[in-house]
Design a protein around this ligand. Sequence first.
Ligand code: B12
Ligand code: SF4
Length: 550
Amino acid sequence: MSVQAVKILLVYPPSRTQSHRGCPMGMLMLAAVLEKAGYQVHLLDANAANHRLTTEEIVQIATAMRPDVIGMTLVTPLVREAYRLASALRPCGAKLLAGGPHATLLPDEPLQNGFDAVVVGEGELTIVEAIEAALGRRPMASVPGLVYRGQDGCIQRNAPRPPVADLDSLPAPARHLVKPADFGPPDNADLHAHIFTSRGCPGRCAYCAGALFGKQFRFRSADSVVDEMIAIYRDYGTRHFYFVDDAMTMDRPRTERICRRLIDEQLGFTWNMMTRIDAVDEELLALVARAGCVQIDYGIESGNPDTLKRIHKPHTAEMVRRVVPLTRRYNIRPVGFFILGFPWEDPHATDATLQLMRDLSPYIVFHPAIAAILIPFPGTEIYDRYKDEYGFARWWTSDDRTYDAPQMDTHPFYQTFMYRMGVVLDADFFHYTRDRKAKIYEVFRFMYASNWRHRNYFLRTAALLTLDLSRKLDAVSPRLEHALFKIPLKLWQTIGRLRATEPRESRPTLQPAVETARTANRPPVCGMSGCGGIPLSAPEIYVADTEVHN
Ligand code: B12
Ligand code: SF4
């Protein structure tokens, strides 16, 4: 069979609870490599916000399509569904290839759950050889980075594939494979907003499996990044971008070069980035603001010095107190991520975090994300150290994992509500005491109160009191709570559904957006996924580009 006749189906497996409006970058980067090699490539993202697919639907499509190889991305929260899907796909006769963060961290596991082979680490340099090997056209043993079962049934782990040294040499993501209507309304600015400009992180944070792309920071040239932004704008009209690098500013000269070109060519793009508190200073903030940066996501994590040290964060609470207001001074929205519930913390330790939040609250938007209560992902120091003590080894394969969406019928209103905002309040890997749970709730309540501070006073107070009432009633009688809150919950969900179908606020015009905003005496808008262009002066809550479902 010629390469052109080989049909590859790339699948992002279903999630019961989440969907996204941005297209899956990893899959599109692999698709680009495969198309360049001549294969026929198809993409199925089961979590595309407007066209979510169940396992059964994917099987139906695959059965009709009859691909030769199916490649699947595995992320830890979705592996149970992915393994179920792999078993259901076996009768299609396609070879099943796994890759992605979870497969990289635990390459043997997918082989025990229906996959034929696993690509460890970055896929671009391995995927073509892996497909050829899966089709029996070259020996499995000849493919670095591949894990598979040998003829004796034993798992074979080939030597690792070195990471991609020259990121500029990779083809641009195959964005044309995405059907925009699947991911949101026609004005969905998130669709092509994500850009990956570097790989690797030298950090060693105890809760992060940073091993995926290695510790060595590698980056694309400034020209390649800006050229991609221009190409995306030309092809899709995208003007707001989100650099999804782990720490965008780690190579300062490169960041400066990107900014200079954006400024010199007056491209008028706006953008968000994630970076570390210790990787910015005033001069850099001034520059990125001029180049269109409207939001920086900082992983602050804690206000407790002992915790910051134990999780190996390179910043101190004092640095955070300096950098966050400074960021706001340059008209950039600082967004703060925190993690609550470290096993060594008591309620008193959490008070230090709450105090830091209070100090930052005039400037910051808090991001009460799904991982805001510590989730021990595999491959992290936290997981390895505490899995036996707290009995959560391999929680991702268990039916009673404490990391899932609250169900309307079983969970109280306040938990369901907070989940809609991104928090899994009953994530309880570390068996929290009542006091600690109460303290965690207090912190989230504070985050909401702070994020809502520009809203109508009465509505804000009513929302907070409703949450408190639900929580108190639930402690006394869950049945009574459920009976009382059933109607408001339904109402709130219906409003949510109606609002989700409304078109979102339009994006900045092609004029240099930040400058235009300033001259027009209105703040630049943030186009980041989910936040829908909220003025910088009115902080809001959003959950990256993830949408959550009950
Ligand atoms: C942007 C992002 C998101 C976005 C978009 C995700 C998406 N659909 O693409 C949003 C906000 C939706 C998101 C959500 C979540 N994310 Co996220 N996210 C990222 C981030 C920052 C970048 C992802 C990306 O685009 N990478 C760039 C591409 C090139 O890399 P890649 O996708 O991994 O693909 C490469 C390889 O993995 C491999 N590969 C991947 N798939 C396959 C398949 C085959 C067949 C082969 C051969 C190879 C292969 O080849 C690719 C090219 O080299 C990463 C961090 C990171 N540095 O990657 C975290 C990361 C992927 N997220 C993570 C997590 C935990 C989550 C959440 C669970 C958070 C939460 N608590 O809810 C949710 C899960 C959502 C879901 N339903 O899947 C973890 C996953 C860890 C793990 N053990 O699985 C990561 C690694 C962050 C971290 N360091 O902990 N995320
Ligand atoms: S949390 Fe961020 S800084 Fe820390 S290791 Fe992970 S990617 Fe690096």
